[in-house]
Design a protein around this ligand. Structure first.
Ligand SMILES: Cc1cc2nc3c(=O)[nH]c(=O)nc-3n(C[C@H](O)[C@H](O)[C@H](O)COP(=O)(O)OP(=O)(O)OC[C@H]3O[C@@H](n4cnc5c(N)ncnc54)[C@H](O)[C@@H]3O)c2cc1C
Length: 416
């Protein structure tokens, strides 16, 4: 991994990618594999983020397989989740059964995001056209007189730098600085819950199938994400309910978890205070426009996905694949990255993002309605009947595993 050099020639790279999350890392890796000179700038010194999505869906695993990376990645410690289940007061409902999918990876791999990103960064570092700048916080755009973006300014450990490229791709997450710098507004579609995350230790005799589960109670539900040494537990609060929850202390949370996830009851005393939790303000939002000449946003920067359905990483990865397919020929031909060229990327992803967000909004509204009318947050009994219909669990698994309209990687671009 190298640090980009100080003010090199007129163009320091063919593309600068801002943000080393799943979307930015996959895009940068793909571009480097296609012999496009790409520099990835990441604000942090490493990829370690607490409480981020850790789920690698069958689509992502198949993509990595195509790139010859899946076998090595899956040698690293991870868990496999073959079912997505709800535990409700009227029984357990399997909503998605990945284990019955026909593809080579019939499961969701749960691997800490940092492990996945570090693996990809190491593999990318083997490619001559990839440059990684860690600890590089982008804080400005270089623009031409006509407004076209020509690169970025950033703060590195040794001072202010700039990097020029005909294309800047912002994959800098839900609080995107680049989106603000470009003046591309977002619209919030609303969310009814916030999430409080904390960790509890994992034990060898914990239920082997608990890695992707929701436990519903009357006013809250908890989601579990399995890790190698611990469980990430997400406890829902009504939107804006953090101050009241903090005032009440951790006892109600301990009681809820002990009552609804009884096998964790022996560990809830380890949640000793709010300093052991992290608040995630849930949002579902989107930018109307993802681009301007020389500039494109992808992933959460363009569309904030809520944790409902666990497909934020999948959407960011698929954005990267769609952008790669459409932009590599333009970058290679050194043609201008105009609005119509970049609009084609947004168009190719818009319908999928709209469908995923619409589903998330439906869930949010249902939760809000049930909370407002004093009913249990658990899904209605009908869900149990519907998911028991032949094929329903496989259809749901396929929809979640691949997302709507999954882009197929154009491998011809890699073969040069
Ligand atoms: C608590 C939580 C739980 C979640 N659970 C799941 C889940 O189970 N499954 C799932 O699929 N998704 C989940 N998500 C969502 C998922 O993490 C995101 O949708 C996904 O990470 C988006 O990827 P991205 O590449 O667009 O952006 P991000 O992963 O947000 O990456 C953005 C990167 O940009 C960097 N950056 C930011 N600003 C700058 C700057 N100015 N200069 C340089 N770099 C910058 C950041 O440091 C970061 O590394 C969860 C999210 C949260 C917060």
């Amino acid at each position: 991994m190298s640090t980009p050099g100080p003010r090199a020639g007129a163009q320091d790279a063919d593309c600068v990618v801002v943000g080393g999350g799943p979307g930015g890392m996959v895009l940068a890796y793909l571009l480097a594999r296609a012999r496009v000179r790409v520099t990835l700038l990441e604000a942090h010194q490493d990829f370690d983020r607490d409480f981020r999505g850790d789920s690698l869906h069958p689509y992502t695993l198949e993509l990595l397989d195509t790139l010859g990376l899946a076998a090595d990645l899956l040698r690293l410690p991870h868990f496999t989740a073959r079912r997505f289940r709800f535990h409700t007061p009227h029984g357990t409902v399997t909503t998605a059964d990945y284990g019955r999918l026909p593809g080579p990876y019939p499961y969701v791999a749960l691997m800490p995001q940092a492990r996945f990103l570090s693996f990809l960064a190491q593999r990318a570092a083997e490619l001559p056209d990839f440059t990684l700048g860690l600890g590089a916080k982008v804080n400005g755009l270089i623009t031409r007189a006509d407004g076209a973006v020509q690169g970025v300014r950033y703060r590195a450990r040794d001072g202010e730098r700039e990097l020029r490229a005909p294309l800047t791709v912002a994959v800098d997450g839900r609080f995107s600085t680049m989106r603000r710098l470009c003046g591309l507004p977002t619209e919030s579609l609303g969310a009814s819950s916030d999430l409080l995350w904390f960790r509890l230790p994992r034990r060898a005799d914990d239920p082997p199938e608990a890695d992707l589960e929701l436990y519903f109670g009357r006013d809250h539900y908890v989601g579990l994400l399995g890790g190698v040494n611990d469980w990430q537990v997400g406890y829902t609060l009504p939107k804006g309910g953090y101050a009241a929850a903090r005032e009440a202390g951790v006892a109600p949370i301990q009681e809820f978890v002990a009552a609804h996830v009884p096998w964790l009851a022996d560990r809830v005393p380890l949640l000793t205070g709010f300093d052991r939790t992290r608040l995630l303000s849930v949002d579902i939002a989107r930018a109307q426009r993802w681009h301007r000449p020389g500039f494109l946003m992808l992933g959460d920067a363009a569309h904030v996905i809520s944790p409902v359905g666990g497909n934020g990483i999948l959407m960011a990865v698929q954005d990267a694949v769609a952008a790669f397919n459409l932009l590599v020929p333009v970058l290679r031909a050194q043609e201008p990255l105009t609005d119509p060229v970049l609009a084609a990327v947004q168009e190719s992803r818009q319908q999928a993002i709209d469908r995923v967000q619409a589903q998330q909004v439906r869930v949010e509204r249902r939760v809000a309605h049930r909370r407002d009318t004093g009913r249990s947050l658990a899904p209605p009994r009908l869900v149990k009947l519907v998911t028991a219909l032949p094929g329903a669990q496989v259809r749901a698994a396929r929809a979640n595993a691949y997302g709507p309209n999954p882009p197929r990687l154009d491998t011809r671009a890699l073969a040069r």
